[in-house]
Design a protein around this ligand. Structure first.
Ligand code: SF4
Ligand code: SF4
Length: 168
């Protein structure tokens, strides 16, 4: 019978017998402990989030904010361009007409009585910000939508989106 081989090169492997020091494992244990101890004095790679936060990049796109003007009136005029530009269909709104006594609250005659963003749909692309003709919506570069176990927590309404009033 002919035996075919791929190659005639052959290397016989054998396990090297352990030295005395290797058999007592002590040097290996000490080496491991030295590595562990050295990590105590190194700069930590982890941080205590959410108490501690890392500085974000200038171009980071985080949670949205609906801005007010210099007088504190809401800038959004419920034109719907942000919702139209949104590729994830994450924005919904209801427009309402401003009453004469609400001039201080809303800058334009039309405003969003309901404005919601579904953060589970949002891909933080920033197209809503680019589409807005009133400079009303921005994506903040230092705030993220916090994690939650409840689906409803990711529907952000005006209560969480509108910029807080600046008190003088
Ligand atoms: S950031 Fe993008 S995906 Fe999110 S609401 Fe704006 S347009 Fe839609
Ligand atoms: S945020 Fe801007 S684009 Fe969106 S509805 Fe308001 S004014 Fe229009």
């Amino acid at each position: 019978m002919i035996e075919y081989k791929l190659t005639n090169k052959r290397k016989i492997m054998f396990r090297k017998p352990m030295t005395f020091m290797e058999r007592i494992y002590l040097p290996a244990v000490l080496k491991g402990m030295a590595i562990t101890l050295s990590h105590l004095f190194k700069k930590k790679a982890t941080i205590q989030y959410p108490e501690q936060k890392r500085p974000m990049s200038e171009v980071f796109r985080g949670l949205h904010i609906l801005k007010r003007d210099e007088q504190g009136a809401e800038r959004c005029t419920a034109c719907g361009l942000c919702a139209l530009a949104c590729p994830a269909e994450a924005i919904t709104m209801t427009a309402a007409e401003r009453k004469p006594e609400e001039k201080k609250l809303y800058r334009e005659e039309k405003y969003a009585s309901v404005y919601e963003i579904n953060m589970l749909r949002c891909i933080f692309c920033g197209l809503c910000e680019e589409a807005c003709p009133k400079a009303a919506i921005f994506l903040q570069n230092d705030v993220m939508a916090p994690a939650s176990f409840e689906r409803e927590d990711f529907i952000y309404g005006k209560d969480r989106l509108v910029e807080p009033l600046k008190l003088n």
